[in-house]
Design a binder for this molecule. Structure first.
Ligand SMILES: Nc1ncc(C[C@H](C[SeH])C(=O)O)cc1Cl
Ligand SMILES: [Zn+2]
Ligand SMILES: [Zn+2]
Ligand SMILES: [Zn+2]
Length: 264
């Protein structure tokens, strides 16, 4: 797994944002966005004031493709694959849903203990090496990581904790207002409409997700993006929509990062 560090200096104790893409293999617009983000960062640093400030004051860790084996599988075998490609002992079914494999109410709701299910929670917490690697990194750097952003598709949603319970997060009001502000600036570019809210009530009750786990670890600004569209093309978003989707998502990510900076 290749984790990129976008920022002025390596190994510093500067506050950081962790951004991951491609946790679900078929959500191709997600890795496209991480690529876009890195390109925007390196090409607009020094000219765009917001990006310059962001990269001067913070480090941004970017994991362009979280679920590498699954992503490759969608290119070469099954375009609609979602999970990892790990072997499940005692079953001929392959893979675990990496977004049900984190230690956050693991396998209690909205996940399956059937290895053949697309939302299989895995044989145990962090059974997937990809999940363990990300969890280990964030645990190790939790004193500097101030925001966790994980990019998915589709539905046009900006979700935040919790998904594993209907209980409101301690920081619900702040997380909601930041999400609404981010969604508004996103809409301002091409008119794309987003819904903001806690995962449980906004999409579905589900446990083991990375955003809930990061939030409970202490990463306050923890968001899941569900990018375009709302179902017309779904995971098969046309190539013509990659650029506009990335442009508008960029605005939302910069909005959240600016809020984090103001509240360090
Ligand atoms: N904590 C979470 N946050 C967001 C979601 C929605 C994504 C959308 Se593809 C998923 O189903 O894994 C699911 C969970 Cl469990
Ligand atoms: Zn997803
Ligand atoms: Zn999704
Ligand atoms: Zn545009």
């Amino acid at each position: 797994m290749h984790l990129l560090q976008v920022g002025k200096s390596t190994g510093s104790t500067k506050p950081a944002v962790f951004l991951d893409c491609g946790i679900h293999a078929r959500e191709w617009i997600s890795p496209a966005f991480c690529q876009w983000f890195v390109n925007e960062a390196v090409t607009t640093y020094g000219t765009d004031p917001e990006m310059t400030r962001l990269l001067d004051e913070m480090n941004v860790f970017v994991l362009p493709v979280f679920n590498i084996d699954g992503y490759d599988y969608t290119w070469n075998r099954d375009r609609m694959w979602r999970k990892t490609r790990s072997k499940n002992s005692g079953s001929s079914c392959i893979g675990t849903d990496p977004n049900r494999n984190f230690d956050a109410g693991w396998c209690t709701v909205g996940a399956s203990s059937n290895p053949c299910s697309d939302t299989y929670c895995g044989p145990k917490v962090e059974s997937e090496i990809e999940v363990k690697n990300v969890a280990d990194f964030i645990r190790k750097n939790k004193s500097t990581i101030k925001a966790y952003l994980t990019i998915h598709s589709y539905s046009q949603l900006l979700l935040f904790p919790y998904s594993y319970t209907y209980e409101l997060a301690a920081d619900h009001n702040e997380l909601m207002s930041v999400a609404e502000g981010a969604a508004e600036v996103l809409t301002s570019l091409h008119g794309t409409r987003y819904t903001s809210g806690p995962g449980a009530s906004t999409i579905y009750l589900a446990a083991g997700g990375s955003d809930d786990w990061a939030y409970d670890l202490g990463v306050k600004y923890s968001y899941t993006f569900e990018l375009r569209d709302t179902g017309r093309y779904g995971f098969l978003l046309p190539e013509s929509q990659i650029k506009p989707t990335c442009e508008e998502t960029m605005l939302a990510v910069k909005y959240i990062a600016a809020h984090v900076l103001r509240n360090l």
